[in-house]
Design a protein. Structure first.
Length: 249
């Protein structure tokens, strides 16, 4: 698959269930590419309908690499649930579909299906695979909490999370503070961010653990509140809570 420097994998939801996403980031600036107007689906699952094991996932990845190597198609990304992984490729013509279909038909262990459609606007890439602000924040959450865990932090321990949010105008910030307070956040001091298109900032607080579900739900909520007023979440921070320390709020 693509080089690690341009390939991103992140956790999100699909139809209300946990899912893993992969996307090739380097296409973003040049997409849609008129030379690759066809979208192909390559979906694999176990024949016994059981959940995918790590060995199954590795086998599917190998099949995807074979598809790219033999056809020259452009791998846009994938979505994986407990039961299946589906890759999305963009290609030049139907010949690639026929070659991938042949690869799928020769697979003995997994059940593989191939489909496709004309998609000149690359809607699947932009709307499904490429992470928006909310999705990408979960990637940053993983990176930040991983660093904190290495420092001995007890992610399951509740503590005050400081969320730094910014807006274009002071009026937008003040209106956000009202909606944030109504949503259960405590409001801190305003912050001025010089040389920024979003100079009017504020810190809001919420008591929360740093488990994946908790911190993701928190940042998703804040981002969506801010987006209503053309604002954005800059970052969040908090104190380290060592595993040997127990706090009560």
């Amino acid at each position: 698959m693509p080089k690690k420097t341009t390939w991103l994998e992140y956790d999100w939801e699909l139809d209300g269930a946990d899912a893993k996403f992969g996307v090739e980031l380097s296409y973003y600036r040049s997409a849609p590419d008129e030379k690759y107007p066809l979208l192909l689906y390559f979906c694999c699952q176990r024949k016994d309908d059981k959940e995918l094991a790590p060995s199954d996932t590795a086998r599917i990845e190998a099949l995807a690499r074979k598809c790219v190597k033999r056809t020259g198609i452009r791998p846009a990304g994938f979505v994986q649930t407990k039961l299946l992984r589906q890759y999305y490729f963009y290609c030049e013509d139907k010949a690639a579909h026929d070659k991938i279909n042949l690869i799928a038909s020769k697979e003995k262990k997994l059940l593989c299906r191939v489909g496709g459609k004309r998609e000149e606007d690359w809607a699947t890439y932009f709307q499904l695979l490429y992470p928006d602000e909310v999705k990408y924040q979960t990637v940053k959450n993983r990176e930040q909490t991983a660093k904190m865990r290495k420092m001995g932090d007890n992610l399951e321990s509740a503590r005050r999370i400081n969320l730094h949010v910014c807006f274009r105008t002071e009026q937008d910030r003040l209106m956000f503070e009202v909606s944030a307070r109504q949503s259960g956040f405590a409001i801190g001091s305003p912050e001025f961010i010089s040389e920024s298109d979003y100079p009017n900032g504020v810190v809001i607080y919420r008591i929360s653990p740093l488990t994946r579900a908790d911190i993701d739900a928190l940042t998703v909520r804040v981002i969506r509140l801010a987006q209503k007023l053309d604002g954005k979440l800059l970052y969040w921070d908090c104190n380290i809570v060592p595993k040997s320390v127990s706090r009560r709020y």
